[in-house]
Ligand binder design. Structure first.
Ligand code: ADP
Length: 244
C-alpha cells in the first residue's frame, strides 16, 4: 500500500530527510516517534506532497511519483488523492458548520452532488460520535470535537491511507482519549494509517509497527512490544528513557 524509497527533503541548505525507506501493507498502522526536529512531520507532509521531496520515490496504492525526475502535476494529484491528512491544528473553516466542513472536499474537489455529499458527511460525523453536532460551528465545539470533525473531513475523500500529524498534541489532556478512540476504531476497521504521535499508549495498543526517527533517518523499526521493552538501538533507548 505504501512504498517509499530513498526519500530526501531539504529546505535550502538544511537536509531534513536523509534517505527514508518505508514499506507498509494494506491495513497496517505505523506510529512514528522521535525527538522534535527529527523530520517526522516533514515525512508525513511529503507523503501527502504538501512538501515536494528533493529526491526519492513515493508509491501509495499503486500511484507512484519519482522525485529524482520531473514530476507532473497529474502524478502529484494522483498520489495525493490516495491519502487524507489530519493536522495538529484542526484547520477547520471557522465560518462553516461541522457538516459543511466535511462536505467541502467532496463537493469542491470531487464534484459530488451536494445532497450525496451531505448524506455521506452525516454518516461520517455519526461515525466519529458527532451525529448531534452537525450544524455546530467550530467555535461551538471542544478541541476534541473539532479534531473529530477533522478526521471525518479527511475520511470524506475516501482515502486509502490516513496520515495523522500529532493529532492530539493541541488538546487538553481530558480530550485526548476521545480522539485516540476514533483512531483506534479506524485502525480496527482495517484503515492503513501513518501516525506521528507522542502517545505511547496508542502506539502500544494500535500500532503494528513503530518507527523511531532521529536526524532525518529511520534508526529503528520494530513491533511495539519489542521497541518499548527491548529497543535494539542505543538512540532509541535514550529517547524512550527521556520521555518515560
Ligand atoms: P519533527 O516533526 O520531527 O519535529 P519537522 O519535520 O517538523 O520535525 O522538522 C524537521 C526540521 O525541518 C526542523 O529543523 C525544522 O525547523 C525544519 N523545517 C520544517 N519545515 C520547514 C520549512 N518549511 N522551512 C524550513 N525548515 C523547515
Amino acid at each position: 500500500m505504501i512504498s517509499i524509497q530513498g526519500l530526501h527533503k531539504s529546505f535550502g541548505e538544511l537536509e531534513v530527510l536523509k534517505g527514508i525507506d518505508l514499506e507498509l501493507d494494506k491495513g497496517e498502522v505505523v506510529v512514528i516517534i522521535g525527538p522534535s526536529g527529527s523530520g517526522k512531520t516533514t515525512l508525513l507532509r511529503c507523503m501527502n506532497i504538501l512538501e515536494v521531496p528533493t529526491a526519492g520515490t513515493i508509491s501509495l496504492n499503486g500511484q507512484k511519483a519519482d522525485f529524482s525526475k520531473r514530476v507532473s502535476k497529474k502524478e502529484i494529484d494522483a498520489v495525493r488523492r490516495q491519502s487524507g491528512m489530519v493536522f495538529q491544528q484542526y484547520n477547520l473553516f471557522p465560518h462553516k458548520t461541522a457538516i459543511e466542513n466535511v462536505m467541502e472536499g467532496p463537493v469542491i474537489v470531487q464534484k459530488v452532488p451536494k445532497e450525496t455529499a451531505r448524506k455521506k458527511a452525516e454518516q461520517l460525523l455519526r461515525k466519529v460520535g458527532l451525529g448531534d453536532k452537525l450544524d455546530f460551528y467550530p467555535f461551538q465545539l471542544s478541541g476534541g470535537q473539532q479534531q473529530r470533525v477533522g478526521i471525518a473531513r479527511a475520511l470524506a475523500l475516501e482515502p486509502e491511507v490516513m496520515l495523522f500529524d500529532e493529532p492530539t498534541s493541541a488538546l487538553d489532556p481530558e480530550l485526548v482519549g476521545e480522539v485516540l478512540q476514533v483512531m483506534k476504531d479506524l485502525a480496527n476497521e482495517g484503515m492503513t494509517m501513518v501516525v506521528v504521535t507522542h502517545e505511547m499508549r496508542f502506539a502500544q495498543d494500535a500500532a503494528d509497527v513503530v518507527i523511531f526517527m532521529d536526524q532525518g533517518k529511520v534508526v529503528e523499526r520494530s513491533g511495539p512490544s519489542e521497541i518499548f521493552t527491548n529497543p535494539k538501538e542505543e538512540r532509541t533507548r535514550q529517547f524512550l528513557n527521556l520521555i518515560s
